[in-house]
Design a protein around this ligand. Structure first.
Ligand SMILES: [Zn+2]
Length: 277
C-alpha cells in the first residue's frame, strides 16, 4: 500500500491502489474534517464528518455511507441518491451492476448540501474552493485547497485522455472545463487526479494541453472514418482494444463518438454517414 502523503499541514493525499487505477481512486483528506471522494482502500480507516463528492461515478461515492454529511453539485445529486438515476445515466441497463459489484458497501444516499461554482467551503481553518468543471459528468467539480493544491477528480490527465461515455457527459463543456483549469494552472503547486500519480504544478499546463489535444486527435480520426464511409465505432479510435466486457465498452465508445458528432453538429451516426460520403 502507498503511504499517505501530507501535501500541506493536515492535508493528505490518500492514494488508491496502484495510484488509483480503476476500480480504485485517489482521495484528498483534511484531517478529521473532510474527505474529498472515497475510492481509496485505506480511506476506510478514516472517520470523516463530511465527504465531498467530485461527481456521481461509483469509484468516487463508494464510501458515502461512512460520513455524517455528503456534499455534491446539484446536477449530480440525483445519481448519488438513487440507483435508478445512476443506471439511467450509464445507459447500460442492469449490466451496470457489474461495476457496482466492486463496491459491496456502496450505498445510494441523500446529498445534504449542494456545492456550486466559486463557493468556498470552510473546514476548520482550511478552505476549499469549488470549481465546477462539467463535461465528464454534468455536476463534475474540481477543488482548489489553500489556493495551491488542485484536486482534478476525473480530469485525470491519463494517456487514455478524457472520458465522456455517459448520457450526461458533454464534449464542449469538457473542453471549456480544461480551459478553465489552464487559467489557474500557474498558481497550482500540486495537482491530484483521481486516477494516476500527482502532477507537479510546473508540469500541469503541458499535461492539460496534451490531454485536451486527445479530443481533437479522436475527432480527426472520426471525420476521416466518416469520409471513407466507415462506422467509427469499434475501430480503435477511442479504445485501442475494447476491454472486457467488450459490449459495455463498445457502448461507451458509441456514446463518446455520438458526443463528437453533436459537437460537429452532425445529428447521429446515420446522418453523419450521409454527410461524410
Ligand atoms: Zn468519473
Amino acid at each position: 500500500m502507498n503511504e499517505n502523503l501530507e501535501v500541506a499541514r493536515e492535508i493528505f493525499i490518500i492514494p488508491g491502489r496502484n495510484w488509483g487505477s480503476y476500480p480504485s481512486s485517489n482521495c484528498l483528506y483534511l484531517k478529521d474534517l473532510c474527505l474529498i471522494d472515497g475510492g481509496a482502500e485505506s480511506a476506510w480507516e478514516l472517520k470523516p464528518e463530511v465527504i465531498v463528492n467530485s461527481h456521481w461515478h461509483e469509484d468516487h461515492i463508494s464510501m458515502n455511507s461512512v460520513a455524517k454529511k455528503i456534499y455534491a453539485h446539484e446536477l449530480d445529486a440525483k445519481a448519488i441518491e438513487s440507483y435508478e438515476e445512476f443506471e439511467r445515466r450509464y445507459a447500460l441497463g442492469e449490466v451496470v451492476k457489474l461495476f457496482l459489484a466492486y463496491y459491496p458497501k456502496l450505498a445510494f444516499r441523500k446529498v445534504n448540501e449542494f456545492i456550486e461554482e466559486g463557493e468556498v467551503l470552510k473546514f476548520g481553518n482550511k478552505e476549499i474552493e469549488v470549481i465546477h468543471t462539467p463535461g465528464h459528468s454534468a455536476g463534475h467539480c474540481c477543488f482548489l485547497l489553500e489556493g495551491k493544491i488542485l484536486y482534478l477528480a476525473d480530469i485525470d490527465l491519463t494517456s487514455f485522455g478524457p472520458w465522456y461515455g455517459c448520457v450526461d457527459c458533454d464534449l464542449q463543456e469538457f473542453l471549456d472545463s480544461i480551459d478553465k483549469l489552464l487559467k489557474i494552472a500557474k498558481s497550482v503547486e500540486i495537482a491530484v487526479p483521481s486516477h494516476g500519480e500527482p502532477v507537479k504544478g510546473e508540469n500541469l499546463q503541458e499535461k492539460l494541453l496534451k490531454y485536451r489535444e486527445k479530443i481533437f486527435e479522436r475527432e480527426r480520426k472520426i471525420i476521416e472514418a466518416l469520409k471513407s464511409g466507415i462506422d467509427p465505432v469499434g475501430k480503435g479510435i477511442i479504445y485501442r482494444k475494447l476491454p472486457e466486457p467488450a459490449e459495455i465498452y463498445k457502448n461507451f465508445e458509441k456514446i463518446m463518438i455520438e458526443k463528437h458528432l453533436k459537437k460537429l453538429n452532425l445529428k447521429s451516426l446515420s446522418s453523419a454517414d450521409k454527410d461524410g460520403s
